[in-house]
Write a protein of this length. Structure first.
Length: 285
């Protein structure tokens, strides 16, 4: 058994993975504004109750660029004190078991590939749509981190007068519609025509992000996750229609697009990440 941890900018979740399921799940708000020592201590004490003699390792997904080999995280989103943190070394010293660290969206991609809708697919991109926009990439059955764990940061690509995540994330609703994606979803479910229009517009912008994904990676499937993806039924048609304007129509015709169905998929991916790391240690010994 291993522990999967999803460290967000505002909350932290963790659970024990066994047989492709998450047990003993816990979550709490992260005191993100605290000092480095305070936030690290919160993370350590949050994980501690899950650690016992049966636990073989800890995998943790973090919203940042990560030196995957050394387990160092840099400039963690919404945690100001985490500029350069050797998280792997800190947790291994604390708990005495192997630790693997990666970007949280990469954990999402690995979870979908190993346990979710994209299980076993050769080329897959998992796109997380929430307060921002990012992607995790599976190429030839392998998680692709890039040289600096920066592969898949499509949200920062230039688009219109800003970046693509400015329009293709929850930010669109705050910046242009004076609401939140959650409220717009609730209103659309109640049949509010204005809210439905918001989602139609969002789908068009998200399609531009997905075009970047297809042009860069040409995957067989894209899996959408993140809080904004919960409104999938309200933007899927406009998104699909906008995707038809594409230089390689056959690529779009063959492309599968899913919405993630497992709320624990990041935890599963993080746990699988450390399981693979432990296998590599055994193989090398």
């Amino acid at each position: 058994m291993t522990i999967g941890v999803d460290l967000g900018g505002t909350k932290i979740r963790a659970g024990v993975e066994s047989g492709g399921n998450i047990f003993n799940q816990r979550k709490e708000l992260l005191q993100a504004g605290g000092s480095l020592g305070e936030t690290l201590m919160q993370v350590i004490e949050f994980i501690r109750p899950l650690v016992n003699a049966d636990i073989k390792g800890i995998g943790i997904g973090v919203p940042s660029v990560v030196d995957v080999e050394k387990g160092i995280v840099y400039n963690v989103t919404n945690i100001p004190s985490w500029q350069r943190v050797p998280l792997k070394d800190i947790l291994e010293e604390e708990f005495g078991i192997p630790v693997s660290v990666n970007n949280d969206v990469n954990c999402f991609a690995l979870g979908e590939y190993q346990f979710g809708l994209a299980k076993g697919m050769k080329h897959v991109v998992a796109v997380s749509v929430g307060t921002g926009l990012g992607a995790g990439i599976i190429i030839n059955h392998q998680l692709f981190n890039g040289n600096n764990c920066g592969a898949g940061e499509i949200g920062l690509l230039p688009y219109l007068d800003h970046t693509i995540e400015y329009y293709a994330s929850g930010n669109l609703f705050r910046a242009f519609f004076n609401t939140t994606a959650e409220e717009a979803h609730q209103q659309a479910q109640l049949g509010n025509p204005e809210a439905v229009r918001y989602w139609d517009e969002f789908g068009v912008h998200l399609a531009e992000a997905l075009k970047c994904v297809v042009l860069a990676y040409d995957p067989e499937a894209i899996v959408l996750g993140g809080s904004v993806s919960k409104a999938y039924d309200f933007f899927k048609d406009s998104m699909r229609n906008a995707l038809q304007i594409f230089p390689f129509p056959e690529s779009v015709r063959r492309l599968k697009i899913f919405r993630s169905e497992n709320e624990n998929i990041v935890l599963l991916g993080a746990a699988e990440m450390v399981t693979a790391y432990i296998r590599s240690l055994v193989k090398a010994s």
